[in-house]
Design a protein around this ligand. Structure first.
Ligand SMILES: C=C(OP(=O)(O)O)C(=O)O
Ligand SMILES: [Mg+2]
Length: 573
């Protein structure tokens, strides 16, 4: 039995289809005619673009627009003047063969991106590697290994799978896959989850230890792989596979059911999304609305600010996807771990305590008002609500609302359509705002508690720092008391309170939050159906008592142990 990283849930059993790496041989002698190599290189870039275009179209059909966007990124790499220029320079100055020049430049760029600490920069490295390998294969005249050749349903075993590989996967043939490298958020893992193909990644040396056709079990739930299983193991895993499929089917039946507890309390289960394309997937997973649209992703991965029109189209698309159901658009939350290189923001000693989110937006009213105009105009096409991130003071809320009023007046003057009654709320993720929730509730239409940040600021423990992660405690009574105060303050003023931090989808937190009276739970799409199932089994009246008791405990550990224990007891009663 081998253990890796569970990348996509489900169990696959079948013969191994081992992807062998092709050894590439680069001509290393200096060339006589660099002009000829430049032409070969440019020809290869054109050919690669045609191939990627075809892949993008295929991916659009099989996986939807958002996953196909990976190939937009590939096309951007193929158009990147810096990268293309570096290859041409190498060919001219060092008189290298085109394939060798591409190989060297790609290695350089990949190394540079891999060193950066932002995950999405590291993912750029994977894109560049994928494109580089395509160009090298074209230049060397080697057919890239293709999953399209697979005849029988099999388990793919590879060192790594590029997005180009996964896009070619035929779901009726690929039962599951394993890779030697990669993590939960690598492109191939994300694709596997979209295609609902069980996958385990990060298996280190599996490829060299398995023969084509040997039977393999992939357990994408626990991250395990078994090669040549015994009869008993096969039996066991066939049963697990059946159970998993049956549970999945049962959950799918809850897609259009309302979210109600066993004692008929109604809550809302919404999804967090980062791009307009995620909206459809959220809906398919039973979301009753969008509780957090992280709009900063529209601003990232590009070289200048998105226009009002681009933003309007994105917001309108999500609003229309959800019709009468609410879509909460959060205004730009840049800063902290989310950078925008083209804004040229100064480096700060404490970026999480610095110039970010609403602070920056209030300081750059033109940038902010472009977004406000786009949101207001989109509000004519569905049930849009808007919220400001990182609000610390009442003055900030007022200042933002003044800019919103100005924007409304300007739109009225132009005769533009928008919803005059659009709800405007705030995120509660700064402890000062949580403490002052009663005052803020007078002027905000709703609250959405951002526990990802509220925990780090309450515990003074950086959410990205492994060394203090033991202090990052969602179940700390200090946090639970703040949450209770926020919810009570909202209700006292007739407003609703939701939560869009990761905690809202945690099966151990849901009973507590239900007991504290949370109205809306917003989480990643895949957590929604399990949460709906869980809620059906809980009674709000009982959870109220559970929460009251938890608030009196002294440590996070005590709270966890208490809740776990109570839930077990309730299950058996
Ligand atoms: C939802 C939140 O915002 P983000 O994770 O985008 O900072 C939060 O802080 O809980
Ligand atoms: Mg936050």
């Amino acid at each position: 039995m081998r253990t890796g990283i569970a990348a996509s849930p489900g169990i696959a059993i079948g013969p191994a289809w081992v992807v062998q790496e092709v050894e590439l041989d680069f001509p290393t002698e200096k060339v006589d005619n660099p002009e000829e190599q430049l032409n070969r290189f440019r020809g290869a870039v054109d050919k690669a673009k045609t191939q990627v275009d075809a892949l993008r179209e295929k991916a659009k059909q099989t996986m939807g627009e958002d996953k196909a966007a990976i190939f937009e990124a590939h096309l951007m790499v193929l158009d990147d003047p810096e990268l293309l220029g570096s290859v041409e320079q190498k060919i001219k100055e060092e008189r290298l063969d085109a394939a060798k020049a591409v190989h060297d430049v790609i290695e350089q760029f990949v190394a540079m991106f891999e060193q950066m600490d932002m995950e999405y920069m590291r993912e750029r490295a994977a894109d560049i590697r994928d494109v580089g390998s395509r160009l090298v294969h074209i230049l060397l005249g080697v057919e890239p290994r293709s999953l399209a050749e697979m005849d029988d349903p099999s388990v793919v075993v590879a060192h790594d799978l590029t997005p180009s590989d996964t896009a070619q996967m035929d779901k009726s043939k690929v039962l599951g896959f394993t890779t030697n490298i990669g993590g939960r958020t690598s492109h191939s893992a994300i694709m596997a989850r979209t295609l609902e193909i069980p996958a385990v990644v990060g298996l280190k040396t599996l490829v060299s230890e398995i023969q084509q056709g040997e039977t393999v079990i992939v357990d994408g739930i626990e991250g395990k792989v078994i090669v040549n299983p015994t009869e008993a193991e096969l039996d066991d895993y066939r049963k697990r596979q059946e159970r998993y499929e049956a549970e999945k089917k049962a959950l799918k039946r809850l897609v259009s059911e309302p979210s109600v507890t066993a004692d008929h309390a109604r809550v809302e289960l919404a999804a967090n999304i980062g791009s307009p394309h995620d909206a459809q997937l959220a809906k398919e997973n039973g979301a009753e609305g969008i509780g957090l649209f992280r709009t900063e992703f529209l601003y990232m991965d590009r070289t200048d600010l998105p226009t009002e029109e681009e933003q309007f189209e994105a917001y309108k698309h999500v609003a229309e996807t959800f019709g009468e159901h609410p879509v909460v658009i959060r205004t730009l939350d840049i800063g902290g771990d989310k950078e925008l290189p083209y804004l040229d923001l100064p480096d700060e000693l404490n970026p999480f305590l610095g110039y970010r989110a609403i602070r920056m937006c209030l300081d750059r009213p033109e940038l902010f008002k472009t977004q406000l105009r786009a949101v207001l105009r989109a509000s004519a096409f569905g049930n849009i609500k808007m919220m400001y991130p990182m609000v610390a003071t009442l003055e900030e809320l007022r200042a933002a609302n003044r800019l919103l009023d100005e924007t409304r007046a300007e739109l009225r003057e132009k005769g533009a359509d928008f919803n005059e009654n659009m709800e405007v709320g705030i995120m509660i993720e700064v402890p000062a705002a949580a403490v002052m929730a009663d005052a803020l509730a007078e002027e905000a239409d709703f609250f959405s508690i951002g526990t990802n940040d509220l925990i780090q600021y309450t515990m003074a423990a950086d959410r990205m720092n492994e060394r203090v992660s033991h202090l990052y405690q969602p179940f700390h009574p200090a946090l639970l008391r703040l949450i209770k105060h926020v919810i009570d303050a909202a209700h006292a003023k007739g407003k609703w309170a939701g939560m869009c931090g990761e905690m809202a989808g945690d099966p151990l937190a849901i009973p507590l939050l239900l007991g504290l009276g949370l109205d809306e739970f917003s989480m990643s799409a895949i957590s929604i159906l399990p949460a709906r199932k869980q809620l059906k089994q809980l009674k709000q009246s009982e959870m109220k008592r559970l929460a009251e008791r938890a608030l009196e405990l002294g440590t996070a550990e005590d709270v966890r142990a208490y809740v776990e224990n109570e839930l077990k007891t309730l299950q058996h009663s």
